[in-house]
Design a protein around this ligand. Structure first.
Ligand SMILES: [Ca+2]
Length: 198
């Protein structure tokens, strides 16, 4: 019964088509771990997460507690300072607020969630009712977002030379300076939806 309820909720919550840019290599780099709640999926089949230089939006799915909203409308939301240091609060319908930059009183260690230049998440979030959520950039169980860099430039050049449509970033039917301009605008930034240059 609980599963059915959660599925209905998922359909209600995730009708909005959000851009997504998690797990750019489709290798399953989409999971954080909570000792108390199990896996948290950043690229669930029903709904997606999008990282930009100012925030993280969308919904993720936790197998034991249901949806977690990273960008609630009226309060909270997970912010990015542009350098990959996250802060702010996500809202989980069943377990309340989740802090992406938790501070432990008396300890000056930075625990919060960060995103490195390869797009990998690391650090810890803290849920008021579920405790620590771990993002481990060194583990196979991690979350990675897509970032545009040298690899993408190489791929763009290769696609351009072979007239592969993947280099036609504005879907105009040919590859020209406009596509290069679009590419440049994302240089060292987070990928837009459906980025095909990884
Ligand atoms: Ca084009």
């Amino acid at each position: 019964m609980k599963t059915i309820t959660l599925m209905i909720l998922s359909l209600t919550f995730c009708n909005v088509a959000l851009a997504e840019n998690i797990d750019p290599y489709s290798t399953g780099e989409q999971y954080a771990w909570s000792e108390n709640c199990g896996w948290l999926n950043f690229k669930d089949q029903w709904c997606d997460v999008h990282v930009s230089s100012s925030k993280v939006e969308g919904f993720l799915w936790a197998e034991n507690i249901g949806w977690i909203n990273l960008s609630p409308e009226n309060y909270g939301g997970v912010l990015n300072d542009g350098a990959g240091n996250l802060s702010g609060y996500a809202w989980a319908e069943n377990v309340g607020w989740i802090n992406f930059n938790p501070i432990v009183p008396g300890i000056r260690i930075h625990y919060g969630v960060t995103i490195d230049s390869d797009g990998k998440f690391s650090g810890y979030a803290w849920g008021e009712n579920i405790g620590w959520i771990r993002f481990d950039g060194a583990s196979t169980s991690t979350v990675r977002t897509c970032m545009v860099g040298l690899e993408d430039l190489n791929n763009l050049a290769e696609h351009w030379l072979t007239s592969d449509p993947a280099a036609d970033l504005d879907s105009s039917g040919n590859t020209d300076n406009r596509d290069l301009g679009i590419f440049s605008s994302y240089w060292f930034d987070y990928c837009p939806d459906n980025w095909q240059l990884k």
